[in-house]
Ligand binder design. Structure first.
Ligand SMILES: [Zn+2]
Length: 353
């Protein structure tokens, strides 16, 4: 059953499911290369526990009942005859595993630690008042999906969706939100995560975020917070991303050309010098932009630019400024509407302003 995701049914068919890698080939955690000498986690090693989970180079001693209570996958696995579940006890832990069931997992220690904190510490860990780092929320979503813990999956995706919305009006001004702190380099992990947990509604925003990465990062991938897993876009998704990146950049240049096309608003007063100003922009100021244009058409560049035209000494009239804002918004909305197509998904209602 190599290459399949663990489920209660699959666990009951094959007791070795915990050795099976995750189905998502787009990330490459290395924990399958078992460390012969795992060390016990300094925090999650509960002396009265009856189950030892080994993930990567770390062992966690926990309670079967606590895992079974939250996860049907663990419930199915731990309900099996112990001789089918028990794994080889590493020599480094032999003295400390007295009577415990020992299971090797294919997950990273980073992910399992976040999962166990969520199951043992509950709201204190999962629902802090402020924003949580993306890497932690992603780990919770990944584990909650794999081990079928619905409440945890809902809470983690709720946070993630604030940064990767499916509505134009909810597009955040910054990559981070009050619920989750996102670094631009998290984009690839986000995209792969949303594929893995089957959230097509969050894929377009993640693809857009991938389009903003440097080409080297996009092609070579990034190291996850666990320091062992590399996140790469699979070839098909990389092709989609590069196609989208080029199209968004083209749209950005077209928007710049439109803004300084020289057309004036119908209400532009004769004494205004908007036409002269647009001509000056076209010939010098915007030239620099055309050559350095990026794919961030949803970013604040043009709205900030238009506002700068309206400083203490307005360079253009209010009517022309409104015309530019309308064009800028139309271009952004058009780009937003194109994102599902670039991501290869069909989403009903997408793009409704
Ligand atoms: Zn004007």
């Amino acid at each position: 059953m190599a290459g399949t995701e663990a489920t209660p049914d699959s666990a009951s068919r094959d007791a070795s499911f915990h050795d099976v890698p995750d189905a998502n080939a787009s990330s490459s955690p290395h924990p399958l290369q078992r460390d012969p000498t795992p060390s016990r986690d300094a925090d999650i090693w509960l002396e009265d526990g009856n189950l030892v989970l080994i993930a990567g180079d770390t062992a966690f001693r926990v309670h079967k009942s606590q895992l079974s209570r939250h996860s049907d996958v663990f419930n199915g696995l731990l309900g099996m005859p112990q001789h089918l579940v028990d794994d080889v006890i590493p020599p480094s832990l032999a003295d400390m595993c007295d009577g415990c069931t020992v299971i090797h997992l294919s997950d990273t220690a980073y992910d399992i630690k976040r999962l166990l904190h969520a199951l043992y510490d509950g709201a204190r860990h999962v629902s802090p008042a402020g924003a949580m780092p993306f890497s932690e929320v992603a780990a919770l979503a990944r584990m909650a999906h794999k081990y079928q813990i619905d409440w945890l999956l809902q809470e983690s995706t709720r946070r993630l969706k604030t940064a990767f919305p499916d509505h134009f009006a909810l597009w955040p001004e910054d990559t981070s939100t009050p619920a989750v702190t996102v670094d631009p380099r998290d984009a690839i992990e986000a995209f792969n995560l949303f594929r893995r947990i089957d959230r097509p509604d969050m894929l377009p925003a993640a693809l857009y975020a991938c389009c903003q990465l440097d080409l080297g990062v996009l092609v070579r991938g990034v190291l996850r917070a666990d320091s062992v897993s590399v996140e790469n876009l699979p070839t098909d998704d990389l092709e989609r991303c590069l196609t989208a990146r080029r199209a968004l950049t083209t749209s950005n240049v077209k928007l710049a050309l439109t803004l300084v096309s020289g057309e004036l608003s119908a209400t532009c007063p004769p004494e205004a010098k908007c036409g002269q100003f647009f001509g000056d922009c076209h010939s010098c100021e915007m030239q620099e932009y055309f050559y350095g244009a990026d794919a961030n058409i949803l970013g604040p560049y043009f709205s900030d630019l238009i506002e700068s035209f309206l400083g203490d000494e307005p360079a253009i009239c209010q009517g022309c400024a409104e015309m530019l804002k309308d064009r800028e918004r139309a271009a952004r909305l058009e780009a937003w509407c194109s994102l599902p197509r670039y991501a290869g998904v069909h989403l009903e209602g997408w793009g409704v302003a």
